[in-house]
Design a protein around this ligand. Structure first.
Ligand code: URA
Length: 227
């Protein structure tokens, strides 16, 4: 099966998934979209109202801003794979619950495995905690960490930056660094092919390509009714 076929199969499974209660209130599931061979994968939180209606990720105000952020890095939306940690809209855009995150995790794992991106950008805390449990986004955003056979960069959620002006310069600067970070990732992954593969969810940060950070006490994710 080609990568595209596998991703289409996952999307089809997502569309009929009843593994958590979110299926009861969804209009359409939002599996994710982008090129199957994307070097960069962006993972947000969960679909909002617009996404739920159209079955596509990041198409509302946060999505419009995301397109601007990608342009900062000389990228277009169609260059990257975009998805969320939960594939169906949490009612009233509430935070995803642990059982909803768990129910969707295998879909996300399969997407990551098949796309095999060099860089995963987590947007907001829920996707960041999947890869860097316990860290504080204010201390790690924009830093690229090697986690097994790829790199992960935590970034603020575009919706948070839209609603908190103070975060905007940081997210703009983080995206502007992306071409340089992608270059580093390409070089390191091409020269170091012997890293043993481990399941993504057991990954621990190995190296940071920016300031040194240490894992902090986990900040409980705060409610973001932003999109
Ligand atoms: N916010 C997200 O996290 N994901 C979307 O798809 C839209 C808004």
């Amino acid at each position: 099966m080609t990568a595209q076929e596998t991703l289409a199969k996952i999307a089809s499974e997502v569309s009929t998934c009843t593994n958590c209660d979110l299926h009861k209130t969804r209009t359409l599931s939002v599996p994710g979209e982008g090129p199957a061979n994307a070097e960069i994968m962006l993972i947000g939180e969960g679909p909002g109202a617009n996404e739920d209606m159209q079955g596509r990720p990041f198409i509302g105000a946060a999505g419009k801003f995301l397109v601007e952020l990608l342009a900062q890095a000389g990228l277009q939306r169609t260059d990257v794979w975009i998805c969320n940690v939960v594939k169906c809209r949490p009612p009233a855009n509430r935070d995803p619950m642990p059982e909803e995150l768990a129910a969707c995790n295998l879909f996300l794992e399969r997407q990551i495995e098949r796309i095999n991106p060099k860089i995963i950008i987590t947007l907001g805390r829920f996707s960041m905690y999947k890869f860097m449990p316990g860290v504080k986004i204010t201390q790690v955003h924009g830093q690229m960490r090697r986690i097994n056979n790829r790199f992960v960069i935590a970034m603020f959620h575009p919706a948070a930056a839209l609603h908190q002006a103070a975060l905007k310069p940081a997210i703009l600067a983080d995206f502007a660094k992306l071409p340089q970070l992608l270059d580093t990732a390409r070089k390191e992954l091409n020269t170091n092919k012997t890293q043993p593969a481990m399941p993504e969810k057991q990954a621990q940060p190995e190296t940071s390509h920016d300031a040194e950070t240490s894992a902090e006490q986990m900040e409980p994710p705060k409610q973001m009714k932003l999109f």
